[in-house]
Design a protein around this ligand. Structure first.
Ligand SMILES: [Zn+2]
Ligand SMILES: [Zn+2]
Length: 884
């Protein structure tokens, strides 16, 4: 068999690409609609088209691949739908950055040329992350790869937009929205990061017309005063009751504005009077609506001051603030300046301070869409794993605001709305149009804006299956089985998919939402570019192989919690792969005479066989249960323990005697059979986690079928459960460990056999030991093994221990070289005496006791005590040696 063996050294680079190619070429990832098979489907969270694989993706996709590979082996008709997202703002920003290096802006190119550049960019970099997902081993159905701006998705987006519009759920409104002056676009509430900043509260005074009286207001953004169209007070605020309805003179511009009352005003804040700037503050906007105030826009979309601010026009908003404050101070309108901490919104993409601005935008009415989405989760139709994320989801949906879906970008789905320049009609249409249906003329202008990226990704689970056509794919694979994603996009994405799925897919988009945490660095920090602490998964794959990366990520992970990345764990996982490799290689070297038709009789099995088969069968059950419960990390750890501790460290050792005994065919074949049976099936259990190494080994060992990835998942093995064999084998293994420890303690040469005397409390166990005494001889050099009768006296001059209710005695006579051991122990005793003397001196030093911290003193005391105990033991040993 040697020529068919796997190479000596585990080298993942030598086979990972080979097997991926094999799987893909043989269409093993591909799913066809098969109505009689039970479906299991996952849609990939589409990564950004120009992105690259980061540790979060590596984990997210490993989790999905484990579920998909496992269910595929269980016989489900599995579909893992891959694809990527056009990622509007992120992709556009990258192309604009490249243009900037050429000294150009998107406006220099114009819309069409610019979009050509983005598509070129997409073609050039768009496949990189898909290649990286392949190197990770992801078993996606690449024949079905999708893109959120491909023809089918564009069709779905258009259909959803128009039909929401027709239902009255999409409307155009002049609203105050968060505006990023740098990205030059409206952004949604969840794209704004609020951070507390140290700022100032400026107290200004506005004169009451025709009097010498002033009303004092406080603001954090004085430059917005140009847009003030009123000052509000609480209706019951005694300080102002007599002034309500009077007119104020706005300084600098001398405009007349009303002093009015509104319940919204908190009389306890500042002076109880607030300036109202409807065009630049969401609350003021609402008040302005209630009191019919004018909206005056004073800050431009790019963050400079507008024409309406007169001489400040064109100045940056912060420069304007500086100059304006100087003038207000000079004119006596600035009363005082206080330090003030307040929350300031920042663009989550570029970190620029967000400016609330009034603009015309498209919105989706959320209330009626949110209700069924809440219901789907409270009724249990959709389940979050772990369950605690349910609350976050529901809470968000219960407090949802209308969703601003228009973005002032060019890269994305253009809004299918046209404006007639002749009659003013707005037309929303499924098809591009050039004639106004109202006036019949052809002066139509399409809305310049595109849709928020999350609009198309919200349709992902059904648009990828061919919706709005009622395709066979939709019928078989929708709703999908599970969505795997990080907790950071529950709002952005998960909630929207549920709403859109229920509204248009006519069903929930997925049954489970499996939430995982972030991969952090070894110190628990988020991996980020600015910290420079990111670890490139591709680098880990190149160095250690994808199997190691996958297994490390999964076993370091519990559902919903963040994990830390340690290189030590990568090394340890590689060692595990090595261990499995070497064990497999060992088995392959000992398959001479292997007969694939040989099946042992019950009587052929040794205790070790029964034990490993039982342990294997229980591992099958535990791993399957864990996977059912989304405890993927626990499943991985269970397989690891079984392979490392039980199969490699014990069973292979226990089987060696029979494998090496060429004279006795039947015991040898039985050992080969059990080794092969357990290894081949354990590889299947491990396959979803470590697909490459399992395929490589599996193809070399006796197996049936084309590939391990389509072998069946081990099941129905419970008949092999054998508690008695486990108890008995455990007692034997514990005894072996005890004897080994005792021998190590006296430095017995490994090759030196020596007598072991056992005393059993239970007769039954004695019979088990009698029948399996060979294990003690082979693995603990115990020869002869004798049994002490219940009534016999305890052996003298022997080391003793009790384990599993068995007394174990190791007579030392003949086992060790008395002179050498005496010399060694005498030396050790001297050292111990020295150490104890030193510590006694230290601990009786009043200065040390007074100065050293209590825990240091305590540690030294413990040390002393430990040495003394050791000294007593060494002395006893020496006394004993003297008797030999
Ligand atoms: Zn921005
Ligand atoms: Zn018209």
């Amino acid at each position: 068999m040697e020529e068919n063996n796997i190479p000596k050294v585990y080298d993942p680079q030598s086979f990972e690409k080979k097997w991926y190619k094999f799987w893909e070429e043989n269409k093993l990832f591909h799913a066809e609609v098969e109505k009689d098979k039970q479906p299991y489907s996952i849609v990939i969270p589409p990564p950004n088209v120009t992105g690259q694989l980061h540790m979060g993706h590596a984990m997210d996709n490993t989790l999905q691949d484990i579920l998909i590979r496992w269910r595929r082996m269980q016989g489900y008709n599995t579909l893992w739908m891959p694809g990527c997202d056009h990622a509007g703002i992120a992709t556009q920003a990258k192309v604009e950055e490249a243009l900037r290096k050429e000294g150009k802006s998107r406006y220099d190119l114009g819309r069409d040329k610019f979009l050509e550049r983005v598509w070129d960019w997409k073609e050039e970099f768009g496949s990189r992350i898909m290649g990286q997902l392949r190197s990770l081993g992801s078993s996606c159905d690449w024949d079905r790869e999708r893109f959120t701006m491909d023809e089918g998705c564009s069709h779905a987006v258009r259909e959803v937009f128009v039909s929401l519009y027709e239902k009255g759920l999409i409307y155009q409104g002049t609203r105050i929205t968060n505006w990023c002056p740098r990205c030059n676009t409206a952004i949604s509430d969840i794209e704004v990061d609020h951070e507390t900043e140290a700022g100032h509260l400026y107290h200004l005074r506005y004169q009451i017309e025709g009097t010498d009286e002033y009303v004092q207001i406080a603001t954090t953004r004085p430059e917005t005063m140009f847009g003030d169209t009123g000052v509000a007070v609480h209706p019951e605020d005694a300080r102002y009751i007599h002034s309500i309805g009077k007119t104020l003179i706005l300084p600098m511009v001398d405009r007349k504005i009303p002093l009015f009352a509104d319940e919204y005003v908190d009389p306890a804040f500042g002076t109880g009077a607030v300036k109202v700037t409807p065009a630049h503050d969401p609350n003021d906007f609402e008040m302005g609506q209630r009191h019919d105030l004018e909206q005056i826009k004073v800050i431009n979309n790019d963050g400079t001051m507008a024409e309406s601010t007169g001489k400040y026009a064109g100045l940056d908003r912060y420069e304007c603030r500086k100059q304006l404050l100087a003038e207000l101070k000079a004119s006596g309108h600035l009363v005082k300046v206080e330090d003030h901490e307040h929350a300031v919104g920042h663009c989550s993409r570029c970190h620029t301070t967000v400016e609330p601005l009034v603009s015309k935008q498209w919105f989706v009415k959320m209330e009626s869409l949110a209700k069924p989405a809440i219901e789907a989760v409270t009724s249990g139709k959709i389940q979050f794993v772990p369950e605690r994320f349910t609350k976050i989801y529901i809470n968000w949906l219960e407090n949802i605001r209308d969703w601003c879906i228009s973005r002032q970008l060019w890269w994305g789905h253009r809004i299918p709305a046209w404006y007639c320049e002749d009659c003013g009609e707005t037309i929303v249409s499924r098809r591009d149009i050039d004639t106004c249906p109202k006036c019949g003329r052809q002066h139509l202008r399409q809305d310049e804006d595109v849709l928020d990226t999350w609009f198309s990704s919200g349709l992902w689970p059904f648009e990828t299956m061919g919706w709005p056509e009622n395709t066979e794919e939709l019928k078989q694979f929708y709703p999908t089985s599970v969505l795997v994603t990080g907790y950071d996009i529950i709002f952005f994405w998960v909630a929207r998919m549920v709403m859109m799925g229920l509204e248009f897919g006519k069903d929930i988009p997925f049954k489970h939402v499996f939430i995982h945490g972030l991969v952090r660095d070894s110190q628990g920090r988020k991996m980020s570019k600015s910290l420079g602490n990111g670890i490139d998964p591709v680098e880990v794959i190149d160095k250690y192989g994808a199997d190691t990366l996958r297994f490390m990520l999964i076993t370091g992970n519990t559902p919903g919690n963040d994990m830390r990345f340690y290189w030590e764990r990568v090394e340890a996982t590689r060692n595990f792969a090595n261990k499995l490799w070497n064990a497999s290689r060992f088995m392959l070297m000992n398959l001479e005479g292997f007969d694939k038709n040989f099946v042992p009789q019950a009587a052929d099995y040794t205790l070790a066989d029964q034990w490993i088969l039982s342990r294997y069968a229980k591992t099958v059950q535990a791993v399957t249960d864990n996977l059912e419960n989304f405890e993927l990390g626990e499943a991985g750890r269970t397989i690891y323990e079984f392979i490392w501790n039980e199969f490699c460290d014990w069973y292979i050792e226990l089987a060696k005697a029979r494998l090496y005994d060429v004279e006795n065919a039947r015991p040898r074949q039985t050992a080969q059979y059990v080794l092969g049976y357990v290894l081949e099936r354990t590889l299947r259990l491990l396959h979803p986690f470590m697909p490459f190494i399992t395929e490589e080994i599996w193809q070399h060992i006796p197996h049936e079928g084309q590939s391990i990835m389509v072998a069946t998942w081990p099941a129905n093995e419970n008949a092999k459960w054998d508690d008695a064999a486990e108890i008995h084998m455990t007692a034997i293994m514990e005894t072996i460990k005890t004897i080994r420890n005792m021998r190590a303690e006296v430095n017995a040469a490994p090759s030196k056999k020596s007598e072991v005397i056992l005393h059993f409390a239970e007769e039954k166990l004695q019979a088990v030991f009698d029948a399996n005494v060979g294990y003690l001889t082979v693995l603990a050099s115990a020869l002869p093994v004798t049994t002490l009768a219940a009534t016999a006296a305890k052996p003298e001059n022997a080391m003793a221990a009790v384990v599993s209710g068995i007394e174990v005695y190791l007579p030392l006579k003949g086992l060790i070289d008395v002179d050498k051991e005496t010399a060694r122990l005498t030396k050790e005793l001297e050292n111990l005496d020295k150490e104890i003397k030193r510590l006694v001196g230290k601990l009786s030093n009043a200065g040390f006791i007074a100065k050293a911290p209590a825990d240091v003193v305590e540690k030294e005391r413990e040390k002393q005590q430990g040495y003394e105990e050791k000294r007593t033991a060494v002395q006893a040993r020496l006394q004993y040696l003297a008797t030999l």
